[in-house]
Design a protein around this ligand. Structure first.
Ligand code: HEM
Length: 435
């Protein structure tokens, strides 16, 4: 589909065949970004892994992330941290069971997710369960997803850029400013403590980045560090929260699927044991639940907008240079040519299927594909499986009195990520175990 929105050509790709043709044959030509005004706030786009064009600066940032955060070795080493955050999640929900408290799944997933990321980046927790401590950060992260996903007249009519008629860039500045100010403080404190003789080195991403910054002839500045941390923080929080909330919503709405997931966990893991990362590959039903959640509710419904560097010829059509390219993963997931009963949640469809979300199967490119594929995929894979498995294995969930599973509000709220419009609230009861 070719849309001319103001002065901008927008190409929307809504079939796996076309996505494959574009990404496999023209990956380099479409690997830059159509940078929205929202991402230009505080000049974030000039240092951002997510918004830089493919080039040496972008390659360096990807390499730094892959080596220091997402390599198998690093992920093995940080496993212990994730286990600790999941135990905190379990303990909190267990407390809610005792007091019969209603739990907002999005809230607890947010606290877990933000702490998983903040402890990997900074060795510190940003949020606590049951308090408003993380409210400001939450508003900033979700505010950025909103400003980056809201259609902005200034992106389509460049003469409006100076006026910023919807105030989107200004709002973005406020959210970016808040997060960067927090990171500024953390980085300054760390720099000070690195000068002290008695402070042991931390084993986190910030320490690795500061080491790189302090290498001789390094041109990796503190400014670069803060903007990279910001991208990792924002991209890694909301996407995971949305996935967990949607997975739990679908399972609570489909009690027979919930039972299958529970049975698999109790048979393979055992009632008195917790799920470990090494168990994920032994849980085919849970893996299918996650894939089906990604198919039905992709956290990045259009990926992050790509841009054509040049005119591209494809199937007899020309994509003009500088067009914005949106890969409509949301529509591909709902296409009845590809999926039987496309609108129902059926994890079973993946049990005997080789389709995966690692960028090779264009029916399910939840994380994108090619050069720009999400670098956080291996971490996200672990976080989403573990959080859902913990919530399912340790607790039984029922809806508040008067709410029926089939009447759950399934509306979606579009931004750069796809939120559940109405938060999922449920009451946990403890499964009988000896943990
Ligand atoms: C369920 C969780 C997640 C989903 C579905 C997801 C999805 C995506 C998608 C669709 C893109 C854009 C791909 C493209 O434009 O072709 C992306 C980019 C990115 N993601 Fe993720 N992501 C998730 C979790 C994470 C995590 C945990 C991190 C890091 C902590 C992360 C960091 C990034 C970064 C930095 C980019 C920009 C990469 C670039 O432009 O080169 N993501 N992600």
């Amino acid at each position: 589909m070719h849309l001319k929105l103001g002065t901008m050509h927008t190409i929307v790709v809504s079939s796996p065949e076309m996505a494959k043709e574009l990404i496999q044959k023209h990956d380099l030509a479409i690997s830059s970004r159509a940078v929205p005004e929202a991402a230009r706030a505080l000049n974030h786009h000039t240092a951002s892994l997510a918004w830089l064009p493919v080039g040496s600066q972008w390659r360096t940032l990807r390499k730094i992330c892959n080596e220091n955060m997402f390599s198998s070795k690093q992920l093995e080493a940080s496993q212990i941290l994730r286990r600790e955050k999941l135990q905190q999640l379990r303990d909190y929900v267990q407390g809610c069971c005792s007091s019969g408290r209603v739990v907002s799944i999005g809230e607890i997933a947010f606290v877990t997710s933000i702490n998983l990321i903040s402890s990997t980046l900074f060795s510190m927790d940003f949020a606590q369960f049951g308090t408003d401590s993380s409210q400001e950060m939450k508003e900033a992260v979700q505010g950025l997803m909103k400003t980056h996903g809201t259609p902005n007249l200034a992106d389509y009519f460049p003469m409006l850029k100076l006026i910023d008629p919807q105030g989107i860039k200004r709002e973005s500045e406020v959210h970016l400013g808040k997060i960067l100010a927090t990171f500024d403080e953390i980085v300054s404190q760390r720099l000070q403590s690195r000068c002290g003789v008695h402070s042991p080195k931390k084993d986190d991403m910030l320490e690795a980045l500061l080491d790189l910054n302090q290498e001789n002839d390094s041109n990796f500045s503190l400014h670069d560090i803060k903007h990279l941390l910001l991208d990792l923080f924002v991209a890694g929080t909301d996407t995971v929260v949305d996935s967990v909330e949607w997975a739990m919503t679908e399972l609570i709405r489909n009690p027979e699927k919930m039972l299958k997931a529970k049975n698999e966990l109790s048979t393979i893991i055992g009632m008195n044991k917790q799920v470990e990362e090494s168990d994920i590959s032994r849980l085919p039903y849970m893996h299918s639940v996650v894939k089906e959640t990604f198919r039905c509710h992709p956290p990045g419904p259009f990926l992050v907008p790509h841009r054509a560097n040049d005119d591209i010829e494809i199937n007899g059509y020309t994509i003009p240079k500088n067009s914005q390219i949106l890969i409509n993963v949301w529509a591909i997931g709902k296409d009845s040519r590809i999926w039987s009963n496309a609108h129902s949640f059926e994890p079973e469809r993946f049990l005997d299927s080789k389709i995966n979300y690692r960028g090779q199967d264009f029916e399910l490119i939840t994380f994108g594909s090619g050069r720009r594929i999400c670098p956080g995929l291996p971490l996200a894979h672990r976080m989403v499986h573990l959080m859902v498995a913990y919530l399912v294995h340790n607790f039984n969930w029922k809806l508040e009195p008067g709410v029926k599973p089939e009447e759950l509000d399934m509306n979606e709220k579009f931004g750069l990520s796809l939120h559940k419009a109405a938060p999922l609230k449920a009451i946990p009861t403890k499964v009988n175990t000896t943990f």
